[in-house]
Design a protein around this ligand. Structure first.
Ligand code: ATP
Length: 216
């Protein structure tokens, strides 16, 4: 489904990724672990096309996509949730979701069906549809960021620390929602340090100073 071969990335002269290779199969949950600064965010950003200068081969459903801009990768079914969430904080929960629906990949479901599915997955959001995103807790914002990406109908989710720094009750809700999505066949590549999804993953990869340990 997704294959990465020999990926290198640089911030100016400083190299952040060294010859990284990995793959994510259909419906697989793959976790990337590594210390702060290991390159997890850089890797995910490079895959969606918003990272620093990069070289290497990224293949998505048998097509080389490394030259594609981010919006084309998103339309092709890659969904990214950044660590800093990147919500429209002045807009309501509902508005954040519907804006995303218009940029969705060509999909099996209509935007209305995706909205219903997202509400079923995150009932917490249903009670705050009119609330501005700025008035949500960090964990609620994290849910909204994931829900917004789901509105685009991704086939592979790239998640940067989805359960980091949020209240324990919301960590459990987030974990359960992600595992439910995995059961429904959504593939995931998740960067995390806190072992919440790693114990459910098909594979756990470790990034050390920009290099992948062992075989991908
Ligand atoms: P964290 O868990 O702290 O987010 P990470 O594993 O995601 O860490 P990255 O954020 O990808 O790691 O950082 C990898 C390397 O690239 C680090 O050495 C970091 O200092 C550097 N780096 C990250 N972003 C930038 C940037 N915008 N400009 C310059 N260097 C950067």
């Amino acid at each position: 489904m997704l294959t990465v071969e020999g990926l290198n990335a640089w911030y100016g002269q400083a190299q952040a990724l060294f010859d990284v290779s990995l793959s994510v199969g259909e419906g697989e949950l793959v976790v990337i672990q590594g210390l702060n600064g290991a390159g997890k965010s850089t890797l995910l950003q490079s895959l969606i096309g918003i990272g620093p200068r990069a070289q290497g081969r990224i293949t998505w459903q048998n097509q080389p996509i490394q030259t594609w801009p981010a919006h084309r990768r998103a339309r092709a079914g890659l969904g990214f949730v950044a660590e800093d969430r990147r919500l429209f904080t002045a807009l309501s929960v509902k508005e954040n979701l519907w804006i995303a629906a218009s940029s969705g990949s060509s999909a099996q479901a209509t935007p209305a069906q995706r909205f219903d599915r997202v509400m079923a997955l995150f009932p917490q959001l249903h009670t705050m549809l009119q609330r501005p995103a700025s008035q949500m807790s960090g964990g609620e914002q994290q849910m909204l960021a994931l829900a917004r990406t789901l509105m685009t109908g991704p086939r592979l989710l790239l998640l940067d620390e989805p359960c980091e720094g949020i209240a324990p009750v919301l960590v459990a809700a987030m974990r359960d929602a992600l595992l439910q999505l995995a059961r429904e066949g959504v593939a995931m590549l998740v960067a995390e340090q806190n072992n919440i999804l790693a114990r459910h993953a098909q594979r756990v990869l470790v990034l050390t100073s920009g290099r992948m340990d062992g075989a991908a």
